[in-house]
Design a protein around this ligand. Sequence first.
Ligand code: PAF
Length: 282
Amino acid sequence: MEIIRSVKSLDAAVEAARQEGKSIGLVPTMGALHAGHRSLVERARSENDIVIVSVFVNPTQFNNPDDLRTYPRTEEADCRMLEECGVDFAFVPSIEEVYPEPDTRVFDLGPVAEVMEGAMRPGHFNGVAQIVSKLFAMTRPTRAYFGEKDFQQIAVIRRMVALEGFELEIVPCPIVRESDGLALSSRNVRLSAEARAIAPAIRRILLESLRLKADGMSPVETAKATEAAINGVAGLETEYYQIVDAASMQPIGSWDEAGEHGAVGCVTVYCGGVRLIDNIRY
Ligand code: PAF
């Protein structure tokens, strides 16, 4: 595996691959890699001739400076994992390399970006659109792989792709979980032992909420009861729980309102000061 730090060298590697007619799989990451990332990389490895993984903590998507400062950075271990997975190129640029000048682009991301994470983290999705569009332009991938833990992010990236006219396939990949149900996240390392013991309750309560739907509750009632159950666990505090159409990300009033992609419940929970997100399909 080659570690590439400059856009110029990346461009040369991409150009060589394209000249040879090779397919390119891109896995964008912010590092602190775990088994969830590994599953994305393995999928990319099995479906493409060349695999590029970017490792870059993108400052423009953080609306909280403390979150950016304390975001885990583990470059050496990340590169070891990527090498083990048979990645061809790890793109590990500096901030200056990616943003030689400030990125002032404002994307018209529309309603998918206005609810839930978009409402709670102003500017976050515009920052995601900035970095992902740059990575797509730099790597010109055939396919790009994203984890479904950040379910809304995938909808926002699809919108950015449509706006910018990128021709590539977005490949959503299932959430990878610990054996007790906690969704893998780079932020989990920040959980204290006490918070770590509480956190799996999120998944347990989401699974129990499937029963509420089966018992005839509406999406709004199901969301209310699920949020109350999570908040009933000492040490957990929701920021939101919404049941939305899985493509438009808009809240639904009845289960029939969900289109062909179905309904998804998305939650953000503070657990011992750590912001965790998860979701479940209904
Ligand atoms: O999901 C992430 O880790 C980030 O939002 C992404 C897609 C790598 C962009 O920085």
